[in-house]
Design a protein around this ligand. Structure first.
Ligand code: HEM
Length: 242
């Protein structure tokens, strides 16, 4: 199996792809980088490879399939250095079997994937929306937002891949919360951030159709839980709304 590393857009590596019409792959994150392998045996092989990696302790791993490299998940595009995004059918995605099997996890993940796949600048759009809606928050963020945009996007992706892992979420969000108190983040700031993030996810996905109400509730609940794990009590966060 040959793993493709991020290549800074070097095109010749794309020749490794066996079939331009349909790509089935497994993506795995090691440190800050995504790695991907193309599975010639199709979805069955991809699911097996993904599960084996997960069982061996890989932290972030999923299987995917897309019509071409340009319409693939952003993780594969990143591993390949492909910046061009094609509009097309949503890529198929499978995640490792894990305890719980909460259907809402799948719903949240799918909506996240869909938004990120359709809008490569989702996080940038989120911050633009946030500063438009709450200009008073701009001053607590760095002047140059490039690093922030990257880090927030990576953190969201990381959290989305660990939704069934309470221990992981507790540890990582607790540390993230401690840093946020140092940045001067107050409980009252969470709801406006959640509102704009939810709006951005919805807009980037091209609307949520019939699932709008359900997804809005799921996302709000997820972000309130994240705030709680970051050490901001739900009461304090919600009190700001009244
Ligand atoms: C789900 C909730 C949130 C997540 C996942 C998140 C994620 C992040 C990440 C990954 C960073 C980069 C630095 C670090 O890792 O410490 C960061 C920084 C920051 N976040 Fe958040 N954040 C969240 C909520 C908020 C909220 C509600 C605010 C309030 C406005 C906020 C304001 C900031 C600020 C001011 C920085 C620091 C920028 C700096 O000085 O470098 N974040 N956030």
């Amino acid at each position: 199996m040959r793993w493709l590393q991020r290549l800074g857009g070097k095109r010749q590596e794309l020749d490794l792809l066996p079939d331009w019409q349909r790509l089935t792959y497994v993506c795995m994150r090691i440190g800050p980088r995504w790695w991907a392998t193309v599975c010639q045996g199709g979805r069955g092989e991809a699911v097996e490879v993904m599960q084996a990696l997960y069982d061996q302790g890989a932290e972030f791993v999923f299987a995917g399939e897309a019509a071409s490299a340009g319409s693939a998940h952003w993780q594969l595009r990143e591993a390949l250095g492909v910046v061009r995004v094609e509009r097309g059918p949503q890529p198929w995605t499978a995640y490792p079997r894990s305890q719980g099997g909460d259907v809402n996890v799948q719903l949240l993940r799918t909506s996240f994937e869909e938004a990120v796949n359709r809008d490569g600048l989702l996080v940038q759009h989120f911050y633009e929306g946030l500063f438009l809606e709450c200009p008073e928050l701009r001053r607590i963020f760095p002047r140059n937002m490039d690093g922030q945009v990257r880090m927030f996007g990576e953190k969201m992706a990381e959290l989305m891949l660990h939704l069934e892992d309470p221990e992981y979420l507790k540890t990582h969000l607790c540390a993230l919360g401690e840093r946020h108190r140092r940045y001067g983040v107050q409980p009252a700031m969470f709801l406006p951030v959640a509102k704009v993030l939810i709006e951005t996810l919805k807009r980037s996905a091209g609307g949520w159709g019939e699932q709008e109400l359900e997804l809005e509730l799921e996302w709000k609940n997820l972000l309130l839980t994240a705030a709680e794990l970051m050490g901001y009590s739900r009461e304090d966060v919600l009190a700001a709304a009244s």
